[in-house]
Design a protein around this ligand. Structure first.
Ligand code: CA
Length: 219
């Protein structure tokens, strides 16, 4: 399932986009600001980006993202509030693959996303030693045996395993894995790590005292 990141500051539109795209069969991540969106970028297969954001102009955000090689090919659809803006977006394009003027239909947005994603492959399986994580199939295998993970456990594992050795604070994990849906405490992260360790066995997720957690390839 392709994962779409929606960066839109207007709460009602963000909600509509989230529900609408989910109904169209996408997995959806949402962010209310450029800052929050940036933190979720590495988990997105495509980006729906509002132009007018409180903390950074959407075009500036886009330019910043395109400078990073790993986001060079990330499909991006810009949302603009007025046709006049659309003209400017078209003029600047700034690395957007497509744009839509508000109001637009969810079906049209979905169709354009599908077309863009067809060009860009969704994230392939991540293999770390005996562990294989397939985001498209939502499947984790350890030494070939499938593991039953919850959606959140899956997202947490994928997030950590994407960068082995990197230490993530619990705050960073909340931002990256739960995003706007987070209603827990720091303990919530600890609980999910504990559940993951139970399922994976020892050696994959290390606690770095006072700092957070990191993924290591178990031997
Ligand atoms: Ca806006």
């Amino acid at each position: 399932m392709a994962r779409v990141l929606v960066v839109e500051d207007e709460p009602s539109l963000r909600f509509l986009l989230e529900r609408g795209l989910e109904r169209e069969g996408f997995s959806v991540l949402v962010a209310a600001s450029a800052t929050a969106g940036w933190e979720l970028l590495d988990r997105a297969d495509a980006l729906v980006l509002d132009w007018m954001l409180p903390d950074e102009d959407g075009l500036a955000f886009l330019a910043r993202l395109r400078r990073l090689p790993r986001y060079e090919k990330l499909p991006v659809i810009m949302l603009t509030a007025r046709a006049a803006e659309a003209d400017r977006v078209q003029g600047l394009l700034g690395g957007a693959d497509d744009y839509l003027t508000k109001p637009f239909s969810m079906a049209e947005l979905a169709a354009r996303l599908v077309a863009l994603l067809r060009r860009a492959p969704v994230q392939g399986p991540v293999t770390r030693g005996a562990l294989s994580i397939d985001p498209e199939r939502f499947e984790v295998r350890l030494a070939g045996q499938p593991l039953q993970l919850t959606r959140r456990e899956f997202d947490l594992l994928l997030y950590l395993a994407a960068e082995p050795g990197r230490v993530f604070s619990r705050e960073k994990l909340i931002e990256g894995v739960w995003g706007a849906d987070f209603f827990g405490t720091l303990r919530t992260v600890d609980q999910h790590v504990a559940q993951l360790r139970e399922k994976l066995g020892a050696g994959w997720i290390e606690t770095v005292r006072g700092k957070g957690y990191r993924f290591v390839e178990a031997s």
